[in-house]
Write a protein that binds this ligand. Sequence first.
Ligand code: ADP
Ligand code: MG
Length: 251
Amino acid sequence: MLDIRIDTKRYPDRSGRPHLALSGLRMQVARGEFVCVVGPSGCGKSTLLGIVGGLDRACAGAVSMDGAAPADLGFMFQEPRLMPWMSVLDNVLLVVPDAVRAQARPRALELLRAMELGDVLDAYPGRLSGGMMRRVALARAFVNEPALLLMDEPFVSLDSPTANRLRAMLVAQWRRCGASVLFVTHDLREALALADRICFLSPSPGRVVFELAVDLPRPRDPSGAQLDGLHAQLLARHPELLAGLPAAREE
Ligand code: ADP
Ligand code: MG
């Protein structure tokens, strides 16, 4: 169980005064659970992931996983963050500790084949499309078989068929490896397509204001009637939650 308690997280603003980015945020993620965090731009979603991932320790609060600091993490960010001078395969192996890199190679190859990148293992990122680069980043996020996967709007600015294909690949790998996932997005439809549960954050300073268990069967069709129905129901019942989010996409 991942247990997140952030009492306050402050940044200095431009004049050096503290600006409150998160306040009174509580969240739990069960082992193997897929939780999406939805909230408007600037509410502190990336800040939250940075704290959970141990990249940012300057806050009042505590984050633990089964009683200890979260270890065994996988990350995926908005930008694929590939090294341009390294091959596709080496970009995936980059995050594997030296001592176990040789052992991890078959798993990296298997993941890249599952991402349909088996033909470009030796290519450099400059030759790849945006969607292919994200698939490399997705393979890299899973290569250490993480207990916890932290994803920060990883499919933003892709066209919708490409994003849907990547979402299906993500769900397939998540189900195979059983990681807990904390996935940040400002796209409610994306959250409904992916999550076991959605935590909605308030506008800045962010805290959880509503939680929703998503009981739709998988695989889910992101533009299917069931998801449409749930989306419309949420908009009607909780319009305040969606204030600040981009309007629903027409697909
Ligand atoms: P989100 O990911 O939800 O868009 P962020 O976590 O990036 O939001 O930012 C939350 C708030 O904290 C915003 O007001 C942002 O301007 C501020 N912020 C984020 N990172 C920094 C930083 N490194 N220094 C100062 N302020 C920051
Ligand atoms: Mg962000």
